[in-house]
Design a binder for this molecule. Structure first.
Ligand SMILES: Nc1ncnc2c1ncn2[C@@H]1O[C@H](COP(=O)(O)OP(=O)(O)OP(=O)(O)O)[C@@H](O)[C@H]1O
Length: 675
């Protein structure tokens, strides 16, 4: 079984940072312990004017954040420029950074946010330096993978093929169904037990094998033992769930006691973005990775917390005494007023962005007209903004808190009710598989050193191995590593490796080869020619090319899905595109105009009807709210705080009580009926 045993994972202790021999930790700590976060001065802030023309940094709250050099939380209102200030601060720090061994560590919650920071930082030559060693800008998962879990797995001899919940689920379910006792057990309660199998995971330090969807059958029985062996086998084949990597990272931290000193020397200053959506478990992981020795600055907005982390601990952001950025640069006073009414905590948002002449508007629709809601909003936008404003590139968006939900309620329950192309895919949609083009891509470690030919060549060889496995080639049976495959093939007299080597070299050297549909089909064709003698006779060229493994990469699928969210609205000669999506996918964005679509939440209430009195500026009801309500309201808060100029909210007429429209009008909203 290799390094991972059934029941418990016993990965060997690994030095956490691969360069350990070159920089023994103790020496590194002593030598690098002197590197501390630079203290920025008022004079240095003057450089921001030239580096970021058009932005202002003279606000007292902004300056306090820029000059802060200690451990501090920053609670920032929506649109207050927290991402902008973070990028400006990184630019100033980059100008002062001289160490080649220690770097800045910037950790965010989502890939989108990490990319946004990297793009902004990369706009200046000084900031560009932060995009490579010794600095790190990436997600929590990328950090945990790159510095904790992957080194541990590598030193235990486990090669990681993919970290993907869907791929894991597909493989686990396939294996479970081919084991007769487990298949019989699953048939007793198909949905629940399939979920148990699909989410087999490692848990906590110690790496116990559990399921995220309930209790596993006990060890000692045929099914319980099989499932534990299955998890161990998939791990040894290099297939993991995202959560596994966090658990492995936690495990490393428990038995590598010197790791926090090493990481603190490597990264004396750590900045955390989107802190509100970092789960308590992730926050604890970061805290124990760096210990108390680093300076840690955490940016976020507790009012925008829409991922609750599954209740895995106490949420401690912002910690007193924290700095505040309460002034929004995104919108003016009218939108700020509406956004403030719905906030959970803290002072009102001050709107210092552009003063818009367009009044916040409620769109009231009858159920029969629900499909008109988004086009109607597009028409209002066309009536309010000229062609030049629309062409300037700021987006027009319709957002909804819920992607799915089948409640027995009048439509308006989720985004698919308003925009059917975004309705959930059918439950029997095929599960995601390992993907050739993702494997050839740049990997999960945003912020890693630039990829060189070695790792790319290794990825190409691994891609060949997995392709052979997916094609059920006898040559891949019990072969775990690419070098084993190639050594075996070299020894065979009936197989000529020359062409296969050529294909691998092409995939490694020509990054663009897999970037287009034509390039990808050419590669698959060449690969087939090279490996044909290793395949079953029935595995014809078209069958090989049709393997799920060679499907278009995720980005293209995403792009197609995104296309499904676009609503083009034309009036006369002019048109506008309304881009429809969920709140979770649009957080952090700035729009010209935003339509917030009501939805039916986990609280078993509709979000907008539930907050009509608040939206109208009436005092909050006293008493405790059911636990799910604040989360639902925070979605409304995030959605309402996106636009610079025009804010709309859609609500079903049947859900507004008799006084609803009057209440909203009295509270400063225009109310328009959807025609
Ligand atoms: N210092 C500044 N001077 C002028 N405009 C600014 C400044 N900072 C931010 N802005 C503008 O305000 C808008 C919001 O900025 P940004 O996205 O950085 O805010 P944020 O606090 O990260 O938002 P959110 O919390 O809602 O995601 C952008 O249009 C940005 O250009």
């Amino acid at each position: 079984m290799g390094q991972v045993r059934a029941g418990r994972c016993s990965l060997q202790c690994a030095p956490p940072i691969p360069a350990r021999r070159a920089h023994p930790p103790d020496r590194a700590v002593r030598r690098q312990g002197a590197v501390t976060a630079p203290h920025l001065t008022e004079e240095e802030l003057l450089a921001l004017g030239a580096a970021f023309p058009g932005l202002e940094f003279d606000n007292a709250e902004c300056r306090a954040v820029l000059l802060e050099s200690g451990n501090r939380d920053i609670q920032a209102a929506p649109g207050s420029g927290k991402t902008t200030i973070l990028a400006a601060k990184l630019y100033l720090l980059a100008r002062r950074w001289t160490s080649e061994r220690s770097g800045l560590c910037v950790i965010s919650h989502t890939n989108t946010a990490a990319r946004e920071i990297r793009e902004r930082v990369g706009k200046t030559p000084e900031g560009l330096r932060l995009l490579s060693h010794p600095h790190f800008i990436g997600t929590i998962h990328a950090f945990a993978n790159q510095f904790l879990a992957l080194p541990r797995l590598r030193s235990a001899g486990v090669q990681v093929d993919c970290v993907d919940d869907d791929v894991f689920a597909a493989k686990a379910l396939r294996a479970a169904r081919s084991h007769s006792k487990t298949r019989f057990w699953m048939e007793q309660s198909p949905e629940r037990r399939a979920a148990l199998v699909a989410t087999l995971s490692f848990a906590g330090p110690g790496l116990a094998i559990v399921s995220k969807s309930g209790e596993l059958p006990k060890e000692g029985g045929p099914v319980g033992d099989f499932l534990r062996r299955l998890k161990a086998r998939l791990s040894n084949e290099g297939v993991f769930r995202h959560d596994d990597m966090l658990a492995i990272a936690e495990d490393v931290l428990v038995d590598q006691k010197r790791l926090p000193s090493i990481l603190a020397a490597r990264f004396p200053l750590v900045m955390l973005d989107e802190m509100q959506d970092t789960s308590p478990r992730q926050a604890a992981l970061i805290r124990s990775a760096f210990g108390e020795r680093v300076v840690m600055q955490r940016f976020g907005d507790s009012n925008q917390r829409i991922f609750d982390g599954g209740g895995d601990g106490h949420f401690d952001f912002p910690r007193e005494p924290f700095l505040t950025m309460s002034t929004s640069r995104r919108f003016g006073p009218a939108i700020a007023e509406m956004v403030s009414r719905i906030r959970e905590d803290g002072p009102a948002v001050v709107g210092k962005g552009p003063v818009s002449p367009h009044r916040p508007t409620v769109l009231v629709y009858d159920t029969a007209r629900i499909s008109r809601v988004i086009p109607f909003f597009g028409e209002l936008v066309l009536a309010r903004f000229d062609a030049a404003t629309l062409a300037a590139g700021q987006r027009v968006r319709a957002v909804c808190a819920r992607r799915t939900g089948m409640a027995n309620q009048a439509p308006g329950r989720h985004v698919g009710d308003f925009w059917p192309p975004l309705a959930t895919p059918p439950a029997d949609a095929p599960p995601k598989q390992a993907n050739a083009w993702t494997m050839l891509g740049e990997g999960p470690g945003i912020g890693a050193v630039p990829t060189n030919l070695g790792p790319r060549a290794e990825r190409a060889r691994r891609m060949v191995l997995v392709a052979l496995r997916e094609a059920d080639s006898p040559a891949a049976v019990n072969v775990r590593e690419p070098w084993q495959l190639f050594r075996g093939l070299r020894a065979r007299e009936d197989f000529d490796l020359t062409l296969l080597r050529k294909v691998c070299r092409l995939m490694a050297m020509d990054k663009e080869a897999s970037a287009t549909a034509l390039g990808r089909s050419t590669l698959v064709d060449m690969l087939y020619t090279a490996v044909e003698p290793l395949l079953f006779p029935g595995m014809t060229r078209p069958r090989f090319a049709a393997l799920e493994f060679f499907a278009s990469p995720a980005e293209e699928a995403d792009a197609e899905a995104r296309h499904g969210g676009l609503c083009h609205v034309t009036v006369g000669e002019r048109s506008v595109t309304v881009d429809v999506d969920t709140v979770a996918m649009t957080k952090g964005e700035t729009h010209l105009a935003t339509l917030y679509l009501e939805s039916y939440g986990l609280s078993r209430r509709f979000d907008i009807p539930d907050v009509v009195p608040l939206l109208a500026g009436q005092p909050r009801a006293k008493g405790r709210l059911p636990a799910t309500i604040p989360l639902q309201r925070r979605h409304v808060y995030v959605g309402l705080s996106r636009p610079t100029d025009f804010l709309c909210v859609a609500v079903n007429r049947g859900r507004l009580d008799g006084d609803g429209e009057t209440t909203l009008r009295d509270g400063g909203w225009d109310v328009v009926v959807v025609e």
